[in-house]
Design a protein around this ligand. Structure first.
Ligand code: UD2
Ligand code: MN
Length: 536
């Protein structure tokens, strides 16, 4: 049936049988056609030209997406051991909430179809398509008609906000509209894979305070290829309050008894997660003062841990997401909503550690972040733990640039008034360490710590100097390498590499230039002071 429809080009027609029985296990292998089994779709000729011309605006290949069946099949990318897990026959039912603003047709409906088709009906209370005030015409009656025609049993329902709410308030609205015992949020360009639901529900059934993320697989924005993420990561954050993926820490590997057991994570990416409905509202849902996009994922992560819950990634639950290159929607008022939302989060949840956020975001200090008194009352009422407790217990690997270090701040050559400076380069890349006129502590790119492990480092990257006389120093991800270890002699000001015994030297000494390594010679060009000495 599918093959014929696909060959004829009617990819959007759906098999009766498929819908009525939601027989997600047996139907999966029968299909072929563009993008089936999660395969990539490569366009050619005119279609490719059209796709290329749209990709900048839509931030993904909509033409390819439109050619792929809305209920395409996927490869089962789970660990084989997941197939043997027996889940309880009775589980709480889920409301799946898919929020969207001006989402393209095919990814939106593919998300809905994947959820309906791959969820055992007895565990799915409803799918809510939460429209955050879209203005595209096809999302009006066309969408309404499609929903009533495709799901006459009413399993999918459309709820619209009355104004543009931003994704955070839209998620609150979705949660309020939902009736299921468990809420599962998804972005509007996802595909739920085989067996995704049961592991989430059964873990929540076991522990109502667990907030759970499926493993997020990759749907390629250009070819729509679905790829399982191989090695399991956990969530972290930068002190600038951006989310990061990081390898599972050693202590978590040791704690887990099995490779398919839940993985504790300090933070979540934000879009895809399951939570007990009551617990979600008990710990304060979301901060309704946050606008459009950004920051709410870290806020919920910190709050979950600090207020008595836990955050886990569930390896047997797999959902793909299209990672787009930019946002295909407007930011009303052109505000840096991530920055301002993050201020609210830092002010309410991070105690003194908010200083580390503002080190990176001095520009925000003049911004108005609105009223946060309700959120402070919430924290008080729930008797949540401190941010220090969170760092010590949930994220002990997190480097704190001004605590448990020997010294930190500007690394200054007094003779020239020049400081080590990243020259604004992104720490996620490897680059040569630069120098610039000292900024009296005003610039995040001059903050460097001498750690207790004798590394000269930033959040994740360390100064490395394996070379001889005249060689530059690079900043790269910290390892155990001896070339990343340093001794700073406070009495004569030298900074000496432990392996090469060479001294850090300003070289030509030009602001905007690069320091080098040289044989130690006692000259002023090799003298340095650090801004704050703590334990040296
Ligand atoms: C990530 C999250 C996203 C959210 C965001 C931080 C994943 C996979 N995605 O960004 O869920 O946590 O980080 O805030 O973890 N939308 C609205 N109203 C708006 C703007 C967006 O409803 O005003 C919808 C949008 O259609 C989409 C969802 O919100 O379904 C998330 O937006 P995104 O896909 O642009 O965010 P993403 O994946 O870059
Ligand atoms: Mn998204």
């Amino acid at each position: 049936m599918y093959d014929i429809w696909s060959i004829l080009g009617f990819q959007h027609e759906l098999s009766e049988r498929y819908i009525r029985f939601r027989d997600y296990k047996r139907t999966e292998p029968l299909r072929s056609g563009p993008g089936e089994k999660g395969n990539p779709l490569y366009l050619e000729g005119e279609e490719k030209k059209l796709a290329d011309s749209l990709i900048e605006k839509e931030a993904f290949n909509r033409i390819a997406s439109d050619k792929i069946a809305l209920d395409r099949s996927l490869k089962d990318v789970r660990d084989k051991r997941c197939l043997d897990v027996q889940y309880p026959k009775v589980l709480p039912k889920a409301s799946v909430i898919i929020i969207f603003h001006n989402e393209a047709w095919s990814p939106l409906l593919r998300t809905a179809h994947s959820v309906v088709n791959r969820s055992p009906p007895q565990f799915l209370h409803e799918v809510i398509l939460l429209d955050d005030f879209s203005d595209k015409a096809f999302l009006k009656t066309d969408l309404e008609n499609y929903i009533t025609k495709t799901w006459p049993d009413g399993i999918v329902r459309l709820v619209r906000t009355k104004e543009r709410s931003g994704l955070i308030r839209a998620k609150i609205a979705g949660a309020k509209a939902a009736e299921g015992e468990v809420l599962i949020f998804l972005d509007s360009h996802c595909e739920a894979n085989t067996g995704w639901l049961e592991p989430l529900l059964s873990r929540i059934h076991e522990d109502r305070t667990a907030v759970l993320c499926p493993e997020i697989d990759l749907i390629d924005k250009d070819t729509l290829q679905y790829t399982g993420t191989g090695s399991f990561s956990v969530g972290g954050f930068w002190w600038s309050l951006h989310f990061s993926w990081r390898p599972m820490p050693h202590h978590e590997r040791l704690r887990r008894q099995s490779d398919i057991a839940p993985i504790r994570s300090p933070t979540m990416a934000g879009g895809l997660f399951a939570v007990d409905r009551q617990f979600f509202f008990k710990i304060g849902a979301y901060d309704p003062g946050m606008d459009v996009w950004g920051g709410e994922n870290l806020e919920l992560s910190f709050r979950t841990w600090m207020c008595g819950g836990k955050l886990e990634f569930i390896p047997c639950s797999r959902v793909g997401h299209i990672f787009r290159s930019s946002h295909p929607y407007t930011f009303p008022g052109n505000k840096d909503t991530h920055g301002i939302n993050s201020m609210r989060l830092a002010e309410v949840w991070m105690d003194d550690y908010k200083r580390l956020f503002y080190t990176h975001r001095k520009d925000l200090l003049t911004q108005d972040y609105g009223n946060i008194s309700e959120r402070k009352i919430l924290r008080e009422r729930l008797q949540c733990k401190s941010f220090k407790w969170y760092l010590d217990n949930v994220y002990p690997e997190k480097f704190i640039p001004d605590e448990n270090v020997k010294a930190w701040g500007m690394v200054r050559n007094p003779d020239s008034g020049i400081c080590l400076d990243t020259l604004q380069k992104d720490e996620k890349t490897v680059f040569d360490m630069g120098m610039f006129h000292c900024q009296s502590g005003g610039s995040a790119s001059q903050v460097i710590s001498l750690s207790n492990k004798d590394q000269l480092r930033r959040e994740e990257a360390c100064l490395d100097a394996p070379g001889g006389d005249g060689s530059r120093l690079s900043l790269r991800p910290c390892t155990e390498a001896k070339t990343m270890e340093w001794i700073h002699f406070k009495n004569n000001g030298t900074i000496v590499n432990k392996l090469t015994h060479k001294c850090l030297d300003i070289g030509k000494g030009t602001s905007g230039g690069y320091p080098i390594m040289n044989s130690c010679n006692g000259k002023d060009s090799q003298k340095w002071t650090m801004q704050h000495y703590i334990n040296l």
